[in-house]
Write a protein of this length. Structure first.
Length: 202
């Protein structure tokens, strides 16, 4: 099933009904994660801070933020020269920690120091992000003190599993959105209806 046109307003409504602080979007490649996040931002906030990464033609992985050096790009990953590490489950990039130290972490610190009430958007949390311990600590501090909308890779690492399992995080799996969340959504939807009925007959 192609979920690229999953209704952003419906996801936001569900998120707000749960009372969680953060929302993570996950799913397989091409499932529409970034498309959904971009549409959600149209309804969620007029002002937000962004940490954005992408793969270049080099190929390298670079990261940038509106809060650091006028959106200058910093390298956080380069191709492995010795082949793919089988333990990494297909990840063939070597982390460049300086990119996180000079861009990602300062962006989070600046956000928390100046506008913690704003939404902080991270368009990728995955293997490279799971390989930098100082960045992991910065993300945990961010989750404790602000509101986050993030795209998170559908893979298992100690860091990713830890933040996905937080009680203040709503994890939306696009691949299983209806089977995973339908019962909870219906329960939340019908609760006020049932309360009103009880009030009328009591």
């Amino acid at each position: 099933m192609n979920n690229c046109y999953l209704d952003a307003e419906a996801v936001i409504t569900f998120f707000r009904m749960t009372g969680r602080k953060h929302i993570f979007i996950t799913g397989s490649r091409g499932s529409g994660k970034s498309h959904l996040v971009n549409n959600m931002l149209k309804y969620m906030s007029d002002s937000f801070n962004l940490l954005q990464s992408h793969r270049t033609d080099t190929p390298q992985v670079v990261i940038k933020s509106n809060l650091v050096a006028d959106n200058k790009e910093f390298v956080i990953g380069i191709p492995r020269t010795s082949g793919i590490n089988p333990v990494s489950k297909g990840n063939n990039m070597t982390i460049i920690e300086d990119g996180f130290i000079n861009c990602a972490i300062p962006a989070i610190d600046t956000h928390l120091d100046t506008t913690p009430e704003r939404l902080f958007v991270i368009d990728e949390l995955g293997y490279l992000e799971s390989s930098c311990i100082p960045f992991q600590k910065a993300v945990e501090k961010l989750l404790d003190n602000s509101h986050v909308l993030a795209v998170i890779r559908k893979q298992s690492t100690e860091f990713l599993d830890s933040i996905k399992s937080r009680s203040d995080v709503l994890l939306i799996d696009i691949d299983n959105i209806f089977t995973t969340h339908l019962k909870r959504f219906l329960a939340l939807l019908w609760l006020p209806v049932c309360q009103n009925v009880l009030a009328l007959i009591s």
